[in-house]
Design a protein around this ligand. Structure first.
Ligand code: B4P
Length: 191
């Protein structure tokens, strides 16, 4: 199964991708995490990404695509994977189609997590207090929400026109959102 998670920063994509990964036994790949690892290692790519991420903007498509393409060649991705944070614009969606198409594969589903900006911003403020992520300060969070509305929300139409989108209400508890996703994917044992 190959599933993409869409939703604004703070919608719970990372949280839900990790849970579904454990449930299905397939890897969840977060481009945000891959970029933060490159930053922590201090690679040339990481240094370029750090500056952009701290502004709340999107890292250039070719950098993220390179990191993702390499990650998807690893053995754990052979039988499926979950994508959290990629694609984030239509150009990245087209790049993903090309990467998958080159191995005869395609997307099964796109989970679109719906939350209001107010809820998303409040959650990220909570994480800023507990985890101190550099891009969770209030000004950067506002910029990330703006970038999402401007760039990423167009992806919803891109995938909706292909019949791949399932809308998931994202303002309930973590368990409630997980159940809604499992139902939408018709997983065995889902309510
Ligand atoms: P990401 O790491 O993808 O960060 P995000 O969009 O904020 O989502 P995240 O997964 O962290 O938050 P979640 O909603 O799970 O991106 C960071 C930056 O990396 C981007 O701004 C960009 O610069 C760069 N980047 C990444 N991918 C890129 C790409 N493809 N192209 C270009 N640039 C890229 O959770 C948020 C909080 O809510 C958590 O604290 C969680 O505990 C909490 N939460 C989750 N579900 C909840 C619930 N139901 N109830 C209460 N709290 C909940």
């Amino acid at each position: 199964m190959i599933v993409v998670f869409l939703g604004p920063p703070g919608s719970g994509k990372g949280t839900q991708a990790a849970r579904l990964s454990a449930r299905l036994g397939i890897s969840a790949i977060s481009t945000g995490d891959l970029l933060r690892q490159a930053v922590a290692r201090g690679t040339a790519l990481g240094e370029k990404a750090r500056v952009v991420m701290e502004r709340g903007e999107l890292v250039p498509d070719e950098l993220v695509e390179g990191v993702l393409r390499e990650r998807l060649t690893e053995a754990d991705c052979r039988d499926g994977f979950l994508l959290d944070g990629y694609p984030r614009n239509v150009a990245q969606a087209e790049a993903l189609d090309a990467i998958l198409g080159s191995t005869g594969r395609g997307l099964d589903r796109v989970i679109n997590i719906l939350v209001s900006e107010k809820v998303a911003v409040a959650r990220l403020a909570g994480r800023a207090r507990s985890e101190r992520r550099a891009d969770d300060d209030p000004e950067t969070v506002r910029e990330r929400q703006r970038v999402y509305r401007e760039k990423t929300s167009r992806l919803v139409e891109y995938y909706r026109s292909r019949g791949l989108i399932v809308d998931i209400p994202g303002e309930g508890t973590v368990d409630e959102v997980s159940s809604a996703i499992e139902n939408a994917l018709k997983l065995p044992g889902a309510a």
